[in-house]
Design a protein around this ligand. Structure first.
Ligand SMILES: [Zn+2]
Length: 210
């Protein structure tokens, strides 16, 4: 599975995705992937739980969390100057791990899925602590134009792509981990294989046709 295509799938969930000029899609994808990978390379070989301990980020494990609109909520990060904490919902991690296999690959262990979640959120803590998100580093899009007035906005999903790439690199995963979210949707019947194939094809064309 092509990481860049999966990255574009993630970006396509952004409310302002359609505002990105077609010929800049690759730039948003590649810069976001590179930001996550570069940050992970600085921490190569490090254990994610150790990184939490050293950074003073609390891990709060809870049995379950409530996701709205059928969204799989694995947990959430609370970021503040007083301290950062990351909540993890065991039930969701378990479900995600259980449905993460596919294409001849065994599903992830609970621990691996847990570490993916931790690594993903760790990246957001890094963004928070340096005071600038990956989305803020990429060019704005024009979200609204009226006469000479242009409202500009960020593509926030760039930070999600970077966080996925960070987790992938730190944990040496074969795929950008949002693939496991799609496998969950496919396995639970929330998304059909045809719809997923169509999405992949559409993103591949958008990326290469630019
Ligand atoms: Zn995220």
């Amino acid at each position: 599975m092509d990481d860049r295509v999966l990255a574009l799938c993630e970006l396509s969930n952004d409310m302002l995705f359609h505002k990105i000029p077609q010929n800049q899609l690759a730039q948003y994808v590649d810069a976001s992937l590179a930001a996550g990978r570069n940050a992970a390379q600085l921490l190569a070989g490090r254990d994610i739980v150790d990184l939490y301990r050293e950074a003073g980020i609390a891990i709060v494990e809870k049995p379950s969390g409530k996701g709205r609109f059928g969204v799989i909520l694995r947990g959430q990060a609370t970021l503040s100057t007083e301290g950062c904490q990351v909540e993890v919902y065991q039930e969701s991690i378990q479900a995600l791990a259980g449905y993460s296999g596919g294409a001849g690959e065994a599903p992830l262990s609970f621990e691996k899925a847990f570490h993916i979640h931790l690594a993903h959120e760790y990246f957001h803590v890094l963004e928070y602590r340096r005071g600038k998100s990956v989305a803020e580093e990429l060019p704005d899009v024009v979200s609204l134009s009226f006469l000479k007035f242009h409202r500009r906005a960020k593509i926030n999903r760039c930070s999600e792509v970077a966080a996925h790439a960070f987790a992938q690199t730190l944990l040496a995963l074969p795929h950008l981990p949002n693939l496991y979210d799609y496998r969950y949707l496919l396995d639970t019947g929330a998304m059909t294989q045809e719809a997923f194939d169509e999405l992949l094809k559409k993103m591949e064309t958008a990326l290469n046709g630019a």
